[in-house]
Design a protein around this ligand. Structure first.
Ligand code: HAM
Length: 428
C-alpha cells in the first residue's frame, strides 16, 4: 500500500484547478508582453551565500525560512526563497554592464519554511518583475502601475496600495542611530519578538503586528524625519505622479518590507478579501544590491506577486476552459486508424479536438461527447472507413441534422469549409 503524501506546505495542482492558473498566467503574459518586459529564467537552487548576502542574514527569510542543505559535494545549497537575488546574480554573471537597462520578468516556485495557512505555503509561486538600470522616479511609477494594472486586468477588486520611502543608506543609518537610542530606553515596553530584533534588524520592529508595541512606537523617532532633501523630493514626485495617473494609495510610514535590500520606494498591494495573508504584491527600489553583489553601480526596482493569493482573488469566470470543438467518435479496426490520421490532421487548425480512445459502444462515446459539451462530432465506423469518408455534424444543437455532412477523407477543402462555416462562424 502506498502511504506517501506531499510535504506539509506544498500542494498538488490538479487539472481542473490549473484551468484558472493557465487563464491567469495567460493574462499576465499578455500584459507583460504589451509592456515590453522580457522573461528571464534562473535555477531554482543556488549557493546559500547568494541569499545570505543578497537578502540579508538577519531577515526572517534567511534566518528562519530557507530550505538549505549540503549537496553531495558538501556545498551549501538553498532552494530560492525569492527571485530578485538570483536575477541580480544572473545579470552580473552574464555581463550586465553591456546592457545597462533591462525590463525582466520571471514566474515560478519559491520556497520558504513558514507556518502554512490559507494563502501561505512552503512551496509557493511568484510572478516577479525587475527593472534593472532604471533610476528616475518614472520607473517607480511604471513598476507600480504595471503591478496595479495586472491585478485590475484580472478583475481583482478591493485593492489597496501602500507606499513608503526608506531613503538612502545615509538617511537610514542616521535614523537607525536615533532609533537605537530610543530603543535602549524603551526596550522593556516592547513585545519579546521586537526585543529580539533590536540587535539584529531594528528596522523590522516598525513592521510589528503587536498592537501594544505599535502604540508605543508612535512616540519613536520616524524614518521620515531623517530623509535628505533629495530623498524627500523623490518621494513627493512619486506621490504627485500617482495622483496624476489616478492610482489611489495610502502612505504607511511603518512599511519597511522583510528583505534588507530596499532603498527609497517600498510598496505593497493588499486586498481586504484575503484575510490575514492580505499582501498580494510587494516590491521596491534596490539601488545598492547590484554593487553589493559584486556588479557595477546599478539602480533597480521591482515587485513580486504571490500567485496563490492572486488565484484566490481572481473571479470564477477564469475557471472556464475553452470548449472542445470536435470529438471524434470511432469504432472498428479500420475506423480507428482512419480516426487517428484525422485527429492529427485536425490539430493543424486552431481547434480543440479529442479522439475517443475507449473502443466503447457508439452510444457511450456519444454520451462522453455530450458530457464534455463538444460543439461538434466526427463519426467514423468501419462503413465510413471502407468508403474513405466520415460524418461531421454539429452536436448539442437542435438543428444539427441540417449541419451534418459526409466528407471524403482526402477532401481538405470541404472539411475546412465546414469548419469555417460551423465552428469559426462567430469569429470570422
Ligand atoms: P515578498 O514580499 O517577500 O517580496 O514576496 C512577494 C509576494 O510573494 C508576497 O506579497 C506574497 O504575495 C507572496 N508570498 C511570499 N511568501 C509567501 C508564502 N509563504 N506563501 C504564499 N505567498 C507568498 C519578494 O519576494 C521580493 N523579491 C519582491 C521584489 C522584487 N522586490 C523587488 N523586486
Amino acid at each position: 500500500m502506498n502511504n506517501f503524501k506531499n510535504l506539509r506546505g506544498t500542494v498538488d495542482l490538479l487539472p481542473e484547478q490549473l484551468i484558472k492558473w493557465q487563464n491567469v498566467e495567460k493574462i499576465i503574459l499578455e500584459q507583460l508582453f504589451r509592456a515590453s518586459v522580457k522573461e528571464i529564467r534562473t535555477p531554482i537552487i543556488e549557493m546559500t551565500e547568494l541569499f545570505m548576502r543578497g537578502i540579508g542574514e538577519a531577515t526572517d527569510v534567511v534566518s528562519k525560512e530557507m530550505y538549505t542543505f549540503l549537496d553531495r559535494g558538501e556545498r551549501s545549497c538553498t532552494l530560492r526563497p525569492e527571485g530578485t537575488a538570483s536575477v541580480v546574480r544572473a545579470l552580473i554573471q552574464n555581463g550586465i554592464s553591456t546592457k545597462p537597462s533591462q525590463k525582466l520578468w520571471y514566474m515560478g516556485p519559491m520556497f520558504r519554511y513558514e507556518r502554512p495557512q490559507a494563502g501561505r505555503q512552503r512551496q509557493f509561486h511568484q510572478l516577479g518583475v525587475e527593472f534593472v538600470g532604471y533610476e528616475s522616479e518614472r520607473s517607480d511609477i511604471e513598476i507600480i502601475t504595471l503591478a496595479w494594472d495586472i491585478l485590475e486586468k484580472l478583475g481583482i477588486k478591493d485593492l489597496n496600495l501602500e507606499i513608503n520611502t526608506l531613503g538612502d543608506q545615509t538617511d537610514r543609518s542616521n535614523f537607525q542611530k536615533a532609533f537605537l537610542k530610543w530603543l535602549e530606553v524603551n526596550k522593556n515596553y516592547l513585545d519579546l519578538d521586537s526585543q529580539k530584533r533590536i540587535d539584529k534588524n531594528p528596522l523590522r520592529i516598525l513592521d510589528t503586528k503587536n498592537v501594544k508595541t505599535k502604540k508605543i512606537l508612535e512616540d519613536a523617532p520616524r524614518l521620515f524625519d531623517f530623509l535628505s532633501e533629495g530623498s524627500l523630493e523623490r518621494y513627493s514626485t512619486i506621490k504627485e505622479n500617482l495622483k496624476l495617473i489616478k492610482i489611489p494609495f495610502f502612505e504607511n510610514f511603518n512599511l519597511v518590507r522583510g528583505l534588507d535590500y530596499y532603498t527609497h520606494t517600498a510598496f505593497e498591494i493588499t486586498s481586504g478579501a484575503l484575510g490575514s495573508q492580505a499582501t498580494v504584491c510587494g516590491g521596491g527600489r534596490y539601488d545598492n544590491l547590484i554593487r553589493q553583489m559584486g556588479g557595477p553601480e546599478t539602480p533597480a526596482i521591482g515587485f513580486a506577486i504571490g500567485l496563490e493569493r492572486l488565484i484566490l482573488l481572481s473571479g470564477k469566470d477564469l475557471e472556464k476552459s475553452r470548449e472542445t470543438d470536435i470529438y471524434i467518435v470511432n469504432k472498428g479496426v479500420h475506423a480507428e486508424i482512419f480516426a487517428m490520421e484525422l485527429s492529427r490532421k485536425l490539430r493543424k487548425y486552431d481547434l480543440k479536438t479529442e479522439l475517443d480512445l475507449s473502443r466503447g459502444s457508439f452510444s457511450k462515446q456519444f454520451k462522453k461527447a455530450n458530457k464534455i459539451k463538444s460543439k461538434s462530432i466526427i463519426v467514423i465506423g468501419d462503413d465510413e472507413a471502407s468508403n474513405k469518408e466520415f460524418v461531421i455534424r454539429l452536436f448539442n444543437n437542435e438543428n444539427s441534422e441540417n449541419q451534418e455532412e459526409r466528407i471524403p477523407i482526402l477532401d481538405n477543402i470541404k472539411l475546412e469549409h465546414w469548419i469555417n462555416k460551423n465552428l469559426f462562424k462567430k469569429t470570422l
